[in-house]
Design a protein around this ligand. Structure first.
Ligand code: GCO
Length: 414
């Protein structure tokens, strides 16, 4: 006989998206430029994406109908401040309406202020290596909060502040000197009117100076949001991997943890929570990452199917910060939806283990609500609980959406 596990009252059950990945036509952003240079490493451009910019009303209604009580989405800096210092009231009004629609459906909005993309003008003026960026980011956060703050439920300043460190540490990008010579890098820099050496988009802001700038931008943003009517929890989100040591890899694993996780986790004093984003584990050998372990199932992303990483990363984040956790992303790219259910089931098992130990977890957010634009990999990886027809934009609810929606509605799991 199965017993029912009841989650603590008030837990946020939601799904996540990011503006660039779902809205469509984010033409004033740096990533749009990167997607469109002839030498682009992106397999396809984002185009209309899921046309969420126009379909948010029915999309949010659908999420509520499925049983979710929160929705994490990002507001797009490149739209809100299309030119430096010029703010678009029309766009702010658009996001205000999204927030209104959330509340109409009993959904707590979790708003991310920066999710990988930046305005072209920011990158043209030095991007994430410029000492002026923290102030610029704070000014945008302040303006947006003045306009939207009364309707925001939870705020995340920067999504995966550690992503560039992670990309670098794992060798997913060549070292800067080489990167600056790549044809697509040079072409994008040229299109933005900047020299390849000064081109510093968020995902490749890998220097220690950039790390400082990102963390300073976060701090300034927290202050700006709080001073501009922000009467809601404010935090950051981090891509946390369960870093395990393979044979002889202990030293290297410790170094990875430090560079990718600890530098960030150790500077979150004053935040209200930490957003944990977990997908898989990695194993480190003496020289670097080891390939996936033989016999372990792989996801569409090539990651190990390892839902237990969520429990490990929640424990790690809390041990290091002593802050409450919101799981702001957890998910799997899979064509077989039954594997998604199995993945989430095991991940939630980890969440309940943590809760049973008294750890403070405030929410679980599945990435993603929709099959969407997975950056340079285009539309092939399907993370969504809801499929989207690329021709017609028709939404199709997958069984995993109903299954997780029912858990959310019941606030419990069998
Ligand atoms: C990230 C981002 C998302 C991704 C997701 C799946 O974590 O990289 O927040 O934009 O799409 O993680 O890879």
């Amino acid at each position: 006989m199965s017993t029912k596990y009841e989650f603590p009252k008030g837990i946020l059950w939601g799904t996540a998206t990011a503006a660039h990945q779902v809205e469509g036509n984010n033409i004033n952003s740096d990533v749009w430029v990167m997607e469109h240079v002839p030498e682009t490493p992106y397999v396809e451009p984002s185009g209309d994406a899921c046309d969420h910019y126009h379909r948010y009303r029915s999309d949010i209604a659908l999420l509520a109908e499925l049983g979710f009580n929160s929705y994490r989405f990002s507001i797009e800096w490149a739209r809100i401040e299309p030119e430096q210092g010029k703010f678009s009231l029309a766009v702010l009004e658009h996001y205000r309406d999204m927030l209104r629609v959330c509340h109409e459906h009993g959904i707590t909005p979790i708003v991310t202020y920066h999710h990988f993309t930046s305005p072209r003008w920011l990158i043209a003026s030095g991007g994430w290596e410029s000492p002026q960026t923290p102030d610029r980011f704070a000014r945008y956060c302040e303006r947006a909060t003045q306009y939207l703050g009364d309707l925001i439920g939870v705020a995340c300043t920067i999504n995966e502040a550690n992503i560039a460190s992670l990309i670098m540490e794992w060798g997913f990008a060549p070292p800067p000197r080489q990167l600056h010579k790549e044809a697509w890098w040079k072409a994008t820099a040229k299109a933005l009117g900047i020299s390849p050496r000064r081109f510093s988009p968020f995902l490749y802001a890998t220097s220690s100076k950039a790390t400082d700038i990102i963390l300073t931008a976060h701090r300034r943003a927290v202050e700006a949001i709080k001073s501009a009517a922000g009467n809601f929890p404010v935090g950051i989100t981090l891509a946390l991997q369960d870093i395990q040591a393979g044979e002889g890899g202990e030293k290297r694993a410790a170094r990875m943890s430090k560079v990718i996780n600890d530098v960030y986790l150790d500077s979150l004093g004053g935040d209200d929570f930490v957003g944990v984003q977990s997908y898989s584990r990695v194993r480190s050998g003496p020289q670097g990452l080891l390939p996936p372990e033989e016999g372990v199932e792989l996801t569409q992303m090539g990651y190990e199917f390892w839902p237990e990483a969520l429990e490990a990363t929640i424990r790690y984040a809390i041990a290091r910060t002593n802050l409450p956790v919101i799981v702001t992303e957890n998910g799997i790219a899979a064509t077989d939806d039954t594997r998604r259910v199995e993945y989430i089931r095991r991940a939630l098992n980890g969440v309940t283990n943590c809760l049973n130990d008294g750890l403070d977890i405030r929410g679980y957010t599945y990435w993603s609500a929709f099959d969407n634009y997975e950056w340079s990999l285009g539309y092939r990886p399907t993370f969504g609980l809801i499929a989207v027809d690329r021709e017609t934009q028709e939404r199709t609810v997958k069984p995993s959406a109903r299954w997780l929606g029912n858990i959310a509605r019941a606030n419990g799991i069998e």
